[in-house]
Design a protein around this ligand. Structure first.
Ligand SMILES: [Zn+2]
Length: 75
């Protein structure tokens, strides 16, 4: 079912220092896009956009302790 050419790599980090690109709250998730560029999301937006993030990202940094729903999709 999930025959992705480039599976997203999920990495746990101590802290994500960026701000959410959607609302400006402290980010819990850092996203490296497969097409280049970076995005950051707070917990709320990271989970709300989990499907899209898992599709677009080639690397995701998850702050330790944050349960990102997208982890299940990228495993
Ligand atoms: Zn946000």
């Amino acid at each position: 079912m999930n025959a992705l050419l480039n599976p997203t790599q999920v990495e746990i980090v101590n802290t994500v220092t960026e701000r959410c690109d959607s609302c400006g709250a402290a980010a819990k998730l850092g996203v490296r896009l497969s097409g280049g560029g970076e995005l950051s999301f707070c917990g709320h937006h990271a989970n709300r956009h989990a499907g899209e993030i898992a599709k677009m990202a080639n690397r995701v940094l998850v702050e330790a302790g944050f349960a990102w729903t997208g982890s299940a999709r990228t495993a």
